[in-house]
Design a protein around this ligand. Structure first.
Ligand SMILES: CC(=O)N[C@H]1[C@@H](OP(=O)(O)O)O[C@H](CO)[C@@H](O)[C@@H]1O
Length: 854
């Protein structure tokens, strides 16, 4: 550089070394010696500043007084560090990677196939920024080489990761992906080796190094930008554009590197600012949802040319089918059972449900499907529940926790396969769903108290054993308890950890959060719970051992007599008959509640002062919960940050819909019948309160809601109390699924907070009298509904008839739809008076019956 050729500088260094450097380095302070400063280096440094100061203060002034020495600007050192701000900013980058890696560990489950790639990105980031710290502390040939080698690795790994991530080469679900991945890894390793080899053994060429990094950087930047644009066009979510924005930021920061200028105050130069500029994108990068559940390949297939270039390997073929041993085991196990003749099975609104005698082969098929689903999800736990909920004791059923529409179709296919062909259908599904058979499969299952349950669990066991699945039998459980366990198991070790995946963990979580919600208030009187003589009885008794401050009387908990289940009791009985179970001994104004057979539904009721039965159904629980949570959010000062909404079905009483819209002033979504539809819609809100009128429902909290509740700093004791109550509510409520036990505690807590008896609760609005009628028809499939099942498009003309009928009644509303669980059409009607509602229901039922028998 110009500086070290200046005669003044050379002379200064020579004089300095001659005068000072005769006695070794002993005069240097310890921290300078530790950073390997020597006396001649000290002279060099001092002379750089003596000469620079002299040039700066020259009169007349020089045009460019500050010049470089040995390829660098004359920096002021700090504690012996040559470029202290580059050291500091490099350290910031190191910290960003460190923090980001811990976020990856928290938020990406260990089984996720992208996790190792992101962790590797982090390790390379840590290494390269450590070397950058060292290099900027002291510039020696070795520290410089380490810095450049690591920076090169960092940039090239970024490109490697971009390709792996965008084309999802981490997946094993197609034959070409593993081959492409190996090829791409080999190319990158070769390129890096050549790069380092050229720099080390051929020429330490700064220009080449810069060009190589810029080219590789620009390619990956273009890829991420394209990826962002593509994703943004499809999803219209601002975060999809993050990678493109990160890239734009990096390019702006990089331009600093090209704008070389002398350091301000001898401290901050363009290079250090470039290091500062990369801190934000590093932090940002680790926050992008790119990291998780962001699957580009669903809609994008690798170019055909790439496919042609990569012949599928044999191993991939083996992955895409069951081994002969497993197929043999499946066939042998399946042939132990007999398929009911002529019966066609269909996965309905709540799984398969029918007479228990017919279910063996269906349960076997669901076992096979659970194993495929778990493998497809790289070993996530899948739940299988054996229950027929509110159906009579001789029925049973089986459902997956949680199926998606296409999986319901696969279940139907497997269930209808002839037993000697079921292994072939299993194989077809492996190919169709792209299941990697070398993935582990994990299943948890449980059952309600039906006598047929143990036989069916035996069948399930046989299917899981034949397909070599790791499974845990939780014996008797309520359906919501199984949902809880599945969620806990799948979130274990992540930031979304839901709780201890045991029954005891479930009780402890409910009891602890109930205690917190109840701080400062007391439950008045007792609650009588009718357990439908199902599994909810013993489980409620168990829960009570963990609860304090609540007096629960358990009735209808006979699980010994197999015929007692759901007989003249339970939530379904109470809701459809609109009366208390005949066994009820509740006095006037006593709070009563009924569960259904697997404890996922809850309704409340009481006798008013005139001994009239009063029902508080799912609509009532929803309005109670929504108003309470709304109040808490306002008291906590976070109402403007949370979008609270209610989800209902067409069966919700019109008065409840009016109340939510006009009094609570909350948005409502109306969905098709079936909790899976409601649950899905609820997730569109920060706080989504969803209940079917029959009492099945819960409240979901978005990630944003959980964060706001957790991180808001209270400004007053009242605000703190509201925030704590909200926080406890998020634990008390079973967010995985509607849960009668958790819902009952929620209702009790809210009534205690409001100081309400059921009478005040009932007084919030007046239900319109309603009637539900079941109409048997020849073929219910001709009844096709739309508009959230509130209208019929076929049979032709029927909708017009229904509308003209309902217009004759004050506040008349009626609709008909085919049931998803029974071979019937359901007719619903409501109107201003009981007689009008009944009349409207009868007339519409007649019209349906006529259209159905035509
Ligand atoms: C009017 C009514 O109560 N319908 C019930 C009933 O569905 P249908 O499709 O109406 O048969 O069973 C479902 C499953 O339990 C439940 O989600 C739903 O609310």
């Amino acid at each position: 550089s110009l500086g070290d050729h200046l005669p003044d500088f050379k002379e200064c260094v020579q004089v300095c070394t001659t005068e000072n450097c005769q006695n070794g380095n002993s005069v240097l302070p310890l921290h300078h010696r530790l950073l390997l400063w020597t006396c001649p280096a000290e002279c060099d440094y001092t002379c750089q500043h003596v000469i620079t100061d002299r040039r700066v203060s020259r009169d007349p002034p020089m045009i460019s007084p500050i010049v470089q020495f040995h390829g660098k600007w004359p920096f002021r050192r700090l504690l012996g560090m040559q470029e202290p701000f580059s050291v500091l900013f490099s350290f910031f980058n190191f910290a960003a990677h460190w923090h980001g890696m811990s976020r990856i560990q928290e938020s990406i489950p260990a089984w996720h196939s992208l996790r190792p790639y992101y962790m590797m990105f982090g390790y390379i980031g840590l290494a390269s920024w450590s070397f950058s710290v060292v290099f900027h502390m002291r510039d020696f040939p070795l520290t410089e080489k380490l810095d450049y080698w690591a920076a090169g690795a960092n940039v090239l790994y970024g490109l490697y990761l971009a390709v792996v991530r965008i084309f999802r080469l981490d997946l094993e679900n197609t034959p070409y992906r593993p081959t492409l991945r190996r090829l791409w890894t080999a190319i990158c390793v070769l390129l890096y080796t050549l790069h380092v080899g050229y720099l080390t053994f051929w020429s330490w060429d700064y220009t080449y190094n810069m060009i190589a990094n810029v080219v590789v950087g620009v390619i990956q930047n273009l890829m991420w930008t394209g990826f962002s644009i593509f994703r943004y066009q499809r999803l219209l979510k601002s975060w999809t554009a993050w990678p493109g924005m990160i890239v734009a930021w990096i390019i702006m920061a990089m331009s600093l590197e090209l704008l070389d200028f002398p350091p301000w105050n001898g401290l901050i130069d363009a290079h250090s600012l470039w290091h500062l500029g990369t801190v934000v994108p590093a932090v940002w990068w680790y926050s992008t949802p790119l990291l998780f559940n962001f699957d580009f390949t669903r809609s994008f297939r690798a170019p055909i040319l790439l496919k042609l270039l990569t012949a599928p390997s044999n191993q991939s073929h083996i992955c895409a089918m069951a081994s002969p041993a497993i197929k043999k085991a499946i066939t042998e196990a399946a042939l132990q059972y007999t398929k009911p003749e002529g019966k066609v099975f269909e996965y309905g609104t709540a799984g398969f449900r029918m007479k228990a005698d017919l279910l063996n082969t269906v349960v076997f098929a669901v076992g096979l499907l659970a194993s495929l689903r778990s493998k497809k999800l790289s070993g996530q736990w899948i739940g299988v529940m054996v229950t027929a909920s509110h159906n009579p004791a001789e029925d049973n059923g089986v459902k997956l926790v949680d199926p998606m529409a296409e999986w319901e179709a696969y279940a139907t296919r497997l269930a209808n396969a002839p037993l000697d062909k079921i292994a072939d259908v299993y194989d077809e599904l492996i190919k169709e769903i792209d299941v990697k058979m070398t993935n582990p499969a994990r299943v948890v299952f449980a059952r309600d108290t039906r006598a047929s349950g143990s036989r069916l669990v035996g069948v399930l066991n046989a299917a899981l054993t034949a397909t070599e699945v790791e499974f845990v039998d939780f014996k008797y459980m309520t359906t919501p308890q199984l949902h809880y366990v599945v969620r806990c198991k799948n979130t274990l070790g992540t930031q979304y950890e839901y709780g201890e995946p045991t029954e005891q963990g479930y009780y402890e979580k409910l009891a602890n959060s109930f205690k917190k919600v109840m701080r400062g208030v007391k439950v008045q009187g007792s609650l009588t719970v009718d357990c439908a003589n199902g599994v909810g009885g013993p489980k409620l008794r168990e829960l009570m051992k963990y609860l304090n401050g609540i007096d629960i009387k358990v009735v209808n908990d006979d699980v010994i007599n197999p015929d007692a289940l759901n007989f003249d009791c339970g939530a379904d009985y109470v809701k459809t008959k609109q009366r208390a179970p005949p066994s009820s001994k509740a006095a006037v104004l006593d709070r009563c509640a009924s569960l259904d057979g697997d404890a996922d539904r809850l309704v409340y009721y009481f006798l008013d002062e005139s001994n009239v039965f009063r029902l508080l159904d799912g609509d009532r629980i929803a309005t109670l919960a929504a108003s309470f949570i709304g109040d808490l959010a306002r008291n906590a000062g976070i109402a403007s940050k949370l979008k609270i909404g209610v989800v209902q079905t067409a069966y919700a009483n019109g008065a409840s819909t009016d109340y939510v819209e006009k009094v609570l002033k909350l948005p409502i979504i109306c969905t098709n019948t079936g909790v899976k539809h409601l649950h899905h819609a609820a997730l569109r809100f920060d706080v989504g309160v969803y209940f079917e009128a029959n009492g099945h429902g819960t409240v979901t909290f978005s990630e944003n809601a959980l964060k706001v509740i957790k991180n808001t700093e209270p400004q007053s004791p009242a605000q703190q109390h509201a925030l704590e109550s909200l926080q406890a509510l998020t634990d008390l409520i079973n967010q995985a699924v509607g849960d009668a036990l958790s819902d009952a505690l929620l209702v009790e807590a809210i009534l205690a907070h409001k100081g309400w008896s059921p009478k005040e609760w009932l007084g919030t609005y007046t239900d319109l009298p309603s009637r539900l009628v079941r109409v048997e028809v020849n073929d219910r499939s001709i009844f096709k509904a739309y508009d959230a099942e509130r209208k019929l498009e076929s049979p032709p003309g029927l909708q017009g008839t229904i509308e003209s009928l309902q217009s004759r009644y004050n506040k008349g509303r009626s609709f008909a739809r085919a049931s998803g669980t029974e071979d019937a059409v359901r007719v619903y009607a409501e109107a201003a008076s009981r007689s009008e509602a009944d009349d409207l229901a009868t007339r519409v039922a007649n019209a349906v019956s006529e259209a159905g028998s035509a």
